[in-house]
Ligand binder design. Sequence first.
Ligand SMILES: Cc1cc2nc3c(=O)[nH]c(=O)nc-3n(C[C@H](O)[C@H](O)[C@H](O)COP(=O)(O)O)c2cc1C
Length: 214
Amino acid sequence: MLTITEAIKQRRSIRSFRSDPVPGDAIFEMLEAARLAPSGSNNQPWRFIVVTDQDEKRKLRKICFDQAFIEQAPVVFVCCIDLTAYAKASREKRAQEFIDFGIIETLSGYFADPKLWELMLNEPDSDLNVHFASAMANTYIAVEHIALTATALGLGSCWVGAVGTVKEMRDLFQLPPHTFVVAVMPVGYPVKVPPPRPRISLDSILLRPLAKRP
Ligand SMILES: Cc1cc2nc3c(=O)[nH]c(=O)nc-3n(C[C@H](O)[C@H](O)[C@H](O)COP(=O)(O)O)c2cc1C
């Protein structure tokens, strides 16, 4: 098993997979890595469908702009958000958790104000779609956990953000009303691992130079 730094450095987008199946333990390990991801207020809006059926993969490939490696991969994670994770009942559960785990006592400033908590809890369910961006941002953390765990296990993965329309996905997977696909991640043993893609320099991602360079 690689260290997290090694996995970050060795991960590549893999778009060609061997036919060898991905062991069940590895699938479980990747899902477990996703489950353990952090999320705002611990809302955990991510949901997954694990696709191994060839016919289902073929249909998924078509929806995802005919990207062939989706059908070729032995296993495909369909990564969804469930906006009901932001509904009042869930919010109450999460707030109670903040109390039970003693987190409230560690908060300061704005978030330590009990009035804020009251407000957050009593806020009625409005349009759950306002949480779409948060749900997606949080779920993307979980999806990257899958990608890094795949690398650590000697597997390859590729993010697929081109996921077709809401209706196409809903029809294929019979998704409940508040559930949306936000990414697809095919996983399998790579045919070959390509060299790293270029990245912009450290200087160009720093809006202010470091006070001290290592
Ligand atoms: C949110 C997101 C969506 C992406 N969607 C696709 C996609 O639909 N098809 C694809 O082939 N690659 C997709 N990629 C992979 C990127 O092209 C790839 O990460 C980038 O070129 C850098 O290469 P690397 O992952 O090998 O470092 C996506 C990556 C991300 C993070």
